[in-house]
Design a protein around this ligand. Structure first.
Ligand SMILES: [Zn+2]
Length: 252
């Protein structure tokens, strides 16, 4: 029964029995994994200090062949990301990133995906309030791109004709459409500045902070893209909440 120690991020926690927890982890060396931390909810636990959502650290798992749930014997936290629990917007941002990783990451190890999620949580934790919405879009697009789903923005996805300025974006087609190929297709028409902001987000560069209205429009567009290309028919409650208007309006 090999014991594996790997960088890991806690993406989901579920109480189990009186004192234990089941965790869904994104790990660098095992990919997505489920761990059972026996006794983790006792005041003094073998796995170390209390385990919580969004925590990053080093996990030690006893990996049993042909099993889906592995005993977690230790978790050494390097960053608790506790600021993400301080307000509804930051928690929604963290939950959106966690759900995107849980539902869309491959089960097998994928270091670039792990690094995108790891850097994403760090960025969400450390961003200032006025750029939090924009940083959340940046880190979610960063994960989408690391999963191999970058949209095409500078040319029509059908005929490859170069596109400049305004962009007719089709989430279903996976990017920009020229005047001919957008006919009869549902697209969002992005003004030049919005198209430039999207190109920055997809390219891993932070644009000027988006105002609440533009950030909401970008979330809608990203969620449409995720639904078409990554999520298939899976439900996405955290991303749907992240995209919802009410908390966005009250927190801006
Ligand atoms: Zn075209």
């Amino acid at each position: 029964m090999p014991s594996i120690t790997t960088p890991a991020i806690i993406l989901h926690v579920m109480p189990y029995g009186e004192t234990s927890m089941i965790l869904r982890l994104l790990t660098r060396d095992l990919g997505l994994a489920s761990g059972i931390a026996r006794g983790a909810r006792r005041a003094k636990s073998r796995t170390g200090p209390r385990l919580d959502l969004f925590m990053a650290g080093t996990a030690t798992l006893f990996v049993k062949p042909n099993r889906d749930l592995h005993p977690l014997t230790q978790f050494e936290a390097t960053d608790t990301h506790e600021r993400l629990a301080t307000d509804v917007r930051r928690f929604a941002d963290g939950s959106a990133l966690a759900e995107l990783a849980l539902k869309c990451a491959p089960a097998d190890p994928h270091p670039q995906v792990f690094d995108a999620v790891s850097a994403g949580f760090a960025a969400l934790e450390h961003t200032e309030d006025d750029s939090a919405d924009t940083v959340a879009l940046l880190v979610c697009w960063g994960l989408v791109v690391s999963l191999g789903f970058a949209p095409t923005l500078d040319a029509c996805v059908v005929c490859d004709q170069p596109i400049d300025g305004r962009v007719a974006f089709s989430p279903a087609q996976g990017g920009a459409l020229c005047a001919i190929h957008r006919a009869g297709v549902s697209t969002s028409m992005l003004a030049e500045a919005d198209a430039a902001a999207l190109a920055a987000l997809v390219g891993g560069r932070l644009p000027e902070p988006l105002d609440a209205r533009h950030a909401a429009a970008h979330r809608r567009l990203l969620l449409g893209f995720i639904r078409h290309h990554l999520a298939e028919h899976r439900s996405l409650p955290a991303l749907t909440f992240w995209d919802a208007e009410p908390w966005n309006i009250t927190s801006s």
